[in-house]
Design a binder for this molecule. Structure first.
Ligand SMILES: O=C(O)CCC(=O)C(=O)O
Ligand SMILES: [Fe+2]
Length: 245
């Protein structure tokens, strides 16, 4: 990984005129790095994949749990991403220790949700293979900031028409990195519509940082793989007792 971005460079990647706080870094990866990471994702053993109705995923680092995550060492290719993101300074002194790999076929998505209380409130997303639009929604009354209500908020968000609560979208291009913090973590819901193509409107707020796309364009999706890299603060150290001598 070549281009090193330092914490002092971060402000110039801040997305303007949106609630706090988002950073969008186009070309965070080179094409070689993107191919390498995609190859690693697809080299994972088949049982590593969990098939959901509208996407499939791989969980790395351990299963986040209210009582604590039993930490599993990240494979080298994900640790490399975690290290590089850590050096941006967005996790302060914490080390990202959890990665969710999501794969979306054309037309697939993820319903509006919040990431909940098990994570340090910073989401970093490495984007591979295709663009997508990440949509943001105002929360339901009573839904926000309440640790116990995440599931409920999810269910209601998917049942109720979201149109009135739709606020804005970010265009996530291949090889880019997105960082979400503060209100964009705690307050707004995020989701990806189940669409095969995206219309670029003036609600796509990071367009100035994107290469080439303009309002009025229609972008056809391909298969997208995202690496959602986060920090789980509460971990359990399981004592392995190997044969006592
Ligand atoms: O694929 C993405 O960028 C979104 C994934 C996501 O929101 C999640 O895993 O919580
Ligand atoms: Fe999420």
């Amino acid at each position: 990984m070549e281009t090193k971005i330092h914490p002092q460079d971060l402000p110039r990647f801040r997305v303007q005129n949106v609630p706090q706080t988002a950073y969008y870094i186009p070309d965070f990866l080179t094409e070689e790095e993107e191919s390498y990471l995609l190859a690693k994702v697809y080299a994972a053993p088949k049982p590593k994949w969990t098939q959901l109705s509208n996407r499939r995923l791989q969980n790395w680092g351990g299963l986040p749990h209210p009582k604590g995550m039993v930490v599993e060492k990240l494979p080298e290719w994900l640790q490399m991403c975690a290290d590089r993101i850590h050096s941006l300074g967005v996790f302060q002194d914490k080390m990202p220790n959890h990665v969710l790999v999501n794969e979306y076929q054309q037309g697939q998505g993820i319903m509006p949700h919040e990431d909940g209380p098990l994570f340090y409130p910073t989401i970093t997303t490495v984007n591979l293979g295709s663009h997508t639009l990440l949509d943001f929604y105002k929360p339901l009354p009573g839904g926000e900031g309440d640790a116990g209500s995440t599931e409920q908020a999810n269910i209601e968000a998917s049942a109720a028409p979201c149109d009135e609560r739709y606020t804005m979208s970010f265009l996530l291009e291949p090889r880019s990195l997105l960082v979400l913090q503060e209100d964009l973590y705690h307050h707004f819901l995020h989701g990806i519509a189940e669409r095969s193509a995206d219309s670029i409107t003036d609600r796509v707020t990071n367009l100035a940082s994107c290469g080439g796309a303009a309002v009025g364009d229609t972008l056809t999706r391909a298969t997208r793989v995202s690496l959602t890299i986060r920090h789980v603060p509460k971990t359990l150290k399981v004592q392995l007792r190997l044969g006592r001598r």
